[in-house]
Write a protein that binds this ligand. Structure first.
Ligand code: NAD
Length: 246
C-alpha cells in the first residue's frame, strides 16, 4: 500500500482551516490538525476519523518556535515527511490607527508572519531534499486592498503575499510550489470579531451578494495542492465573492 501524502493545516480547529483539513483528508491526505486550542484541534481530528479519514491533532502556537518544532515532529511521526503545509492560523482585531497599540500590532505580525515563517522553515528542508512539496498560505483580500481599521491585519496579510512570491521564486525549480489564497469575507467565527457595520457594508458591496463559506476556500486550496495547478507558482487566488478583481 502506498503511503498517504502528509499535510499540516495550522489553525484548523475552526472556520477555514477546519474546512481545509476535512477537504484534504477527503482527498486522501493524512492531516495534522494544529490549533492553539487542544480541544478544537482534537474535535476536528476526531471528525475526520469518523468520516473515514486519517488525522491527528497537535496543539500549539505557530508564533512560538518550540511549538512549531513539536507540531512538525507530530506530523512526521503520524504521517511521515510533510508533503503539504497550509499556513492558515490567524486572528483578527480591529482598531483605528490612532488607537492601535504596539502590542496588538506585534501580535498580529507574530501569528501571521512569524508563524508562516517558522512553519515554512520547519517543513521546507525535507521538501527540498525530496524535490517535491507544496506550501499554501492563507492571506486575505485585505492584504491587497487594505481593510478599514485593520492596518496591522492588512499589513500582515500583504507580507504573506510578498513572502509567497519571493519564496516561490527561490524554490519552484527545486520542486516546491508555493502559492496563496486571499479570501474575501467568509462565514466563520473570525468575521464576528469585526463590527456589525463592517459586515453589513461589506455584504452590500459584494458583486456576488453574499459572504463565502469555508468549504469554498477549501476547494481553492485543494485545487492549488493538486497536480491540476502544476503551473500555478507564487500566485494569490481570490475566492472573494468578486470583491477584488485582479
Ligand atoms: P477562525 O477564528 O474561525 O479560525 C482561526 C483558528 O486559528 C482558530 O481556531 C484559532 O484558535 C487558531 N489560531 C489563532 N492563532 C493561532 C496560533 N498562534 N497558532 C495556532 N492556531 C492559532 O478564523 P477563520 O476565518 O477560519 O480564519 C482562518 C484564516 O483565514 C486566517 O488566517 C484569517 O486571517 C484568514 N481569512 C479569513 C477571512 C474570513 O472572512 N473569515 C477572510 C480572509 C482571510
Amino acid at each position: 500500500m502506498t503511503k498517504k501524502p502528509s499535510a499540516i493545516v495550522t489553525g484548523a480547529g475552526s472556520g477555514i482551516g477546519r474546512a481545509i483539513a476535512l477537504r484534504l483528508a477527503a482527498d486522501g491526505y493524512g492531516v495534522l490538525v494544529n490549533d492553539l486550542s487542544r480541544d478544537r484541534a482534537q474535535t476536528v481530528a476526531d471528525e475526520i476519523g469518523k468520516a473515514g479519514g486519517l488525522a491527528a491533532a497537535a496543539a500549539g502556537d505557530v508564533s512560538r518556535s518550540e511549538d512549531v518544532v513539536a507540531i512538525h515532529a507530530a506530523a512526521v511521526a503520524q504521517h511521515g515527511e510533510v508533503d503539504l503545509l497550509v499556513n492558515n492560523a490567524g486572528i483578527v482585531h480591529q482598531a483605528s490607527f490612532e488607537n492601535l497599540a504596539l502590542e496588538d500590532f506585534d501580535r498580529m505580525f507574530a501569528v501571521h508572519v512569524r508563524g508562516t515563517f517558522l512553519m515554512t522553515k520547519a517543513v521546507l528542508p525535507s521538501m527540498l531534499e525530496r524535490g517535491e512539496g507544496g506550501i499554501i498560505n492563507v492571506a486575505s483580500q485585505l492584504g491587497q486592498i487594505g481593510g478599514i481599521e485593520l492596518v496591522h491585519y492588512s499589513g500582515a496579510k500583504a507580507a504573506i503575499i510578498g513572502m509567497t512570491k519571493a519564496l516561490a521564486r527561490e524554490v519552484s525549480s527545486r520542486g516546491v510550489r508555493v502559492n496563496a489564497v486571499a479570501p474575501g469575507p467568509i462565514n466563520t467565527p473570525l468575521v464576528l470579531g469585526l463590527s456589525d457595520e463592517w459586515r453589513e457594508r461589506k455584504k452590500r458591496e459584494l458583486p456576488l451578494g453574499r459572504f463565502g463559506e469555508p468549504e469554498e476556500v477549501a476547494a481553492t486550496v485543494a485545487f492549488l495542492a493538486s497536480p491540476a495547478a502544476s503551473l500555478f507558482v507564487g500566485q494569490t487566488l481570490g475566492p472573494n465573492s468578486g470583491d477584488v478583481m485582479l
